[in-house]
Every structure is written in C-alpha cells, then in structure tokens.
Design a protein around this ligand. Structure first.
Ligand code: GLY
Ligand code: MN
Ligand code: MN
Length: 438
C-alpha cells in the first residue's frame, strides 16, 4: 500500500532529467518543532523531501547530482547513536539510508560543512527552494561563499540559482497509480470516520468528543494522524472557516459542520459534511443544504480533462446565487450579483484546491495567465458552502448562524473524475437515515 522504493527512484530520475546535467538540487528535511519547553510536536517530514526519498528522519539533507559518476543521490543524516536511540528511537544512519532508501552515498550530517561545498563546486546551477528554511538558506549561502573565496585557487562556484519548486511541484501535481491507491484508501478511512461521527452524534456532546470519534476511527483503520487540525463546529461555529477550538457543546436544533481527513503514508484526505445534531434537518437548514449540494454537483460536472480548474468554482457560484435569490437572501440580477461579488457575503472561499502530500497541495492554479487545464492524475477538492453570519442583520433571523459546507476529493480520470470520498452520505435523507440507525 505504501509507495514502493522504485517509485521514489523514478521521481528522482524524472526530476534530474528536468534539471539537466551539471546541476545540483539541495533539500533539507523538516526541522523538529517545539510544542512547549522540552516537548516536541510529533515529527512530520517535509513533503518535498518525502516525495523524493521517503526518508523519515529530521536533521537530514538530500542532494541530487544528475550525471555524477560516483552516485547521483547523496543523503546526509544523523549517525547511529546508542545513547540517543535509547531516548529518542531508532535511527537509520548513513548505512540505513543507502540500504533502505536508495541513497548512492550517505554521510553523517555533522560532516556536511566539509563535504557539501565539494559537491556544489563545479556545478553550474543550484536548484533550491529559497526562503522556506531560513537557517538552511544561510548555511547554503555560507557554503557557496566558501567556494567563492577560493576562486583564486581554481574553485568554480555555481553561478545560477533556480527555484526547485517549479519542476518539483509540477511533478507532485500528477498522482501516479500508487499514489491514487493510497489516496483512495485515505478517502475510505476518512469517509468511515465521518459516518461514525453521524452515528454517534447527539445533543450535549462536546465538539471535541465528536473529533475524538473521528480520530479513533482513523487510527483503528491504520491512519494514525489527521492530515490537518480537524474542524468540528456546531451551530454558528460552522460559519468560522478555520474553527479548530472544537470546545463547545452541540445543541439540539443546530447543524454541526465537520471538516476532517486522515493522513495515510503522508497523503491527505479532506472531507466536510454538515448534518443536524439531532438527526433531522429543519426547514431552513434543509433549504440551504440543498443549494450547497446542488452547487457541489454542478462543480463535479465540470471536473474532466480539458476543462479549466476555475470552471467548477464558476458553476458552484451560479447555483449558490440562484438558490439565495430564490430564498430571498440575495436580491437582484444573477450576473450583476456575481460580477459585484455580492455572494461573497455568504460564500467567501474558492470551491477547492489540489490535494496530495499536503492538504492544500502544491501545483500552479494558473498557467500563462489562464486557469490551469485539468488533466488525468490531478486530485482536487470540491467544497462549496454557504455561511450566514450570526450577526448578519440583512437577513431574517431564522437564517442566521447557519454554516454549511460539503467537501469531497476528486481524482481527474481520462473522461471525468473518480470521487475518492464517496463512502459517506450527503443526501439529506441518507444522512437522516444513517443517524436514525446510529
Ligand atoms: N480542511 C481545509 C480545507 O478544506 O481546505
Ligand atoms: Mn476541508
Ligand atoms: Mn479543502
């Protein structure tokens, strides 16, 4: 199920072919981050670094040297250390980096000052993502300056710097069949967790208790962590787009909006469902819900190769504006309302994003000043919503404090899309049925 070693090798090969001879790419691993005082957050590898080798440890630097005879893939990493391993866990060491992660050569990270300048020297172009790891930026410039200081004795410093993201993030945008397999499973696990939340939900539970049900289900299905901080917002909390406090009690008569997905082998799922805390939609809730559901369906129909990425958003906005006009929440002419952005009072975000190793994945949304054209292998979310602020005095009171979003993950196929997150219901009757059976 995890990505095979041969695929990591293929990714490095493809990137090196794009980079061209006599260049070098340098990528540091993600740093360990402190949570408080001497406790740390659970370590998560940098997605770019992971994409190219799968090596799971911090304090590592990956170097690619296309055409280098002694080996094109060099990894610096922590040495084995019995004392440290007793406290902090097993380390691969340079031996493990070669044996298990395909490095041609591996060195202790402590030796990088002595070795990396020699690898940079004589290479024309350096591929690097400047500005993402400020400390490492300085280190890299230090090594370059060291080579520059030796020009008189014949050293040849690189004379060109290129943004690594340009090639690498474009590769990451197209998912292989192995990646799709993992993402399909992440989608299934996350869908099952949303079903569980619907089944156990009842008035009086705390939002964080519903969150715990989701995380329990993720872990029991083999995905230890959520891919991002889960959002569980009851009532008006559903109108706060990034509500992660999850601290209130769920009230009878309110909706609850859950935006949560697991991470599996580094890949994210990102599902949102909105359902009634007591198991039955009220008239107003259902009216708005039906609009969001229709908007999502309209956006789905735009997901196929050859269509621009923006087509889904445009389709969703039209359905939302029509629906709000019909309910009297907007007044005027559809085209004018869209033109002036009047709908943003109720729908203020885009209809989706790329998804992969990062929940908001890499890859350009615009190319040559046009919306990106969809191609098979791209994976995106489709997530329209309607949010009526609790203090919105422009609408009747009965609408206030209702927040709804419905989100699924679609993989673009040869002739349309595959919904990776179909396993959780979203038709109101189906939701009510599942909740009644729970
Ligand atoms: N969970 C973040 C998003 O839906 O974009
Ligand atoms: Mn989401
Ligand atoms: Mn999303």
């Amino acid at each position: 199920m995890a990505i095979p070693a041969a695929e990591f090798a293929r990714r490095r090969r493809t990137l090196m072919n794009l980079m061209g001879d006599n260049s070098i790419a340098v990528l540091p691993a993600a740093p360990v981050r402190v949570r408080s005082r001497d406790t740390e957050y659970l370590y998560r590898q940098d997605s770019d670094f992971h994409y190219l080798c799968g090596f799971p440890e911090p304090e590592a630097v990956l170097v690619l040297l296309p055409g280098r005879e002694q080996g094109e893939f060099v990894l610096f990493c922590r040495e084995r250390n019995r004392e440290r391993e007793i406290w902090d866990g097993y380390r691969q060491g340079p031996e493990g980096a070669c044996e298990h992660y395909g490095a041609d050569d591996a060195f202790p990270i402590g030796d990088i000052d002595d070795i990396l300048p020699g690898l940079l020297e004589g290479r024309d172009r350096v591929y690097y993502s400047m500005g993402r790891h400020p400390e490492f930026d300085n280190q890299l410039m230090g090594w370059i300056n060291h080579i520059r200081s030796q020009v008189k004795t014949g050293a040849v410093p690189p004379n060109e710097f290129s943004d690594l993201d340009h090639f690498l993030h474009d590769l990451r945008l197209y998912k292989s069949s192995a990646e799709l397999k993992v993402m399909r499973r992440a989608g299934e696990i996350s869908a099952a967790a949303h079903c569980r939340a619907m089944e156990v939900c009842k008035p009086g539970l705390y939002e964080y208790q519903l969150e715990a049900e989701l995380h329990h289900q993720f872990a029991m299905a083999g995905a230890r962590s959520p891919a991002y901080s889960s959002i569980v917002g009851g009532g008006a909390n559903g109108c706060i787009l990034h509500y992660i406090e999850n601290r209130d009690r769920l009230k009878d008569g309110d909706l609850v909006l859950i935006d949560a997905g697991c991470e599996l082998h580094g890949y994210a799922a990102d599902i949102t469902r909105t359902f009634p805390v007591n198991g039955s939609f009220s008239k107003q809730q259902r009216a708005l819900y039906e609009i969001v559901l229709a908007a999502q369906q309209a956006a789905f129909e735009q997901v196929k190769p050859g269509n621009p990425w923006s087509a889904g958003h445009d389709a969703a906005v039209k359905v939302i504006v029509d629906g709000l006009l019909e309910l009297g929440l907007l007044r005027g002419e559809r085209a004018e309302l869209i033109e002036s952005g009047a709908h943003r009072e109720f729908y203020m975000h885009k209809t989706g994003h790329w998804i992969g190793l990062d929940v908001h994945d890499v890859g350009d949304y615009r190319v040559d000043d046009h919306s990106r054209v969809l191609e098979p292998g791209m994976v995106l979310t489709v997530e329209p919503g309607i949010y009526i602020a609790p203090d919105n005095l422009n609408v009747e009171e009965k609408w206030r404090g209702i927040g709804i979003r419905i989100e699924d993950n679609l993989a673009v196929t040869a002739d349309g899309y595959e919904n990776l997150t179909v396993g959780v219901p979203k038709a109101p009757e189906e939701i009510e049925q599942l909740m009644a059976a729970g």
